[in-house]
Design a binder for this molecule. Structure first.
Ligand code: ZN
Length: 209
């Protein structure tokens, strides 16, 4: 990453003078009429102008702008370079930490979804149900799931293993741009059925694409 350098602030004095020669300064934006910015030359200074309440009455003001030069810092430039570098480093560290936490959260939620779906499949076996479509519910609502998200395809196998499952969603919550974490592909629940051959398994019905 390119080393960032501290920006130089420029200072300008802005005065608003009314027709009676009174200096009006808006302290909200212009502290004592003095403004500091890294981009005073590009964007200019801010100015707030009072507005009277008489319709049709025109007021005239005089605006004076004086460039005061660069802001003088208490720290030397080298100290500022050093301070900026260490704050960048801290920021990057926090950013990495946040990303790591986000991944952990996603991973945890994925495991919770998978566990829920496997529990629903367990229930299907208990109830002697065959159709996945009647037991697996959406990640986001109570509706029956229309699709099961899969983390990877399992070519040559007609069996879905639990490690493949990333989530499930109903028609309303079907958003191909926001599939559950790690979802690479999806399979319609109507293509799934359960069978037991010593192991409880989810089978993809042959025939349909
Ligand atoms: Zn839903």
């Amino acid at each position: 990453m390119a080393q960032k350098t501290p920006k130089i602030k420029h200072r300008a004095k802005v005065e608003l003078i009314d027709s009676n020669g009174r200096i009006l300064v808006d302290n909200l934006f212009n502290r004592g009429g003095i403004q500091e910015s890294t981009n005073l030359h590009g964007w200019g200074a801010y100015l707030r102008v009072p507005v009277g309440k008489k319709i049709g009455r025109v007021q005239t003001f005089t605006v004076t702008v004086e460039y005061l030069g660069e802001k003088q810092y208490k720290q030397t430039y080298q100290q500022r370079v050093k301070a900026l570098a260490s704050s960048e480093k801290r920021r990057e560290k926090f950013q990495k930490q946040r990303e790591k936490e986000e991944l952990e959260r996603q991973e945890k939620e994925l495991l919770q979804r998978r566990k829920r779906i496997m529990n629903q499949i367990e229930l299907a076996f208990v109830k002697n149900g065959k159709e996945a479509v009647n037991f697996v519910t959406c990640d986001k609502c109570d509706a029956n799931a229309k699709f099961l998200g899969l983390a990877f395809e399992n070519p040559g196998s007609s069996v879905i293993v639990p490690e493949q499952i990333t989530g499930a969603w109903c028609e309303e919550h079907d958003n191909k741009y926001a599939r559950p974490f790690k979802t690479k592909t999806a399979i319609a629940c109507e293509r799934l059925e359960f069978f037991y051959d010593g192991l409880r398994q989810i089978d993809v019905k042959a025939g349909k694409p």
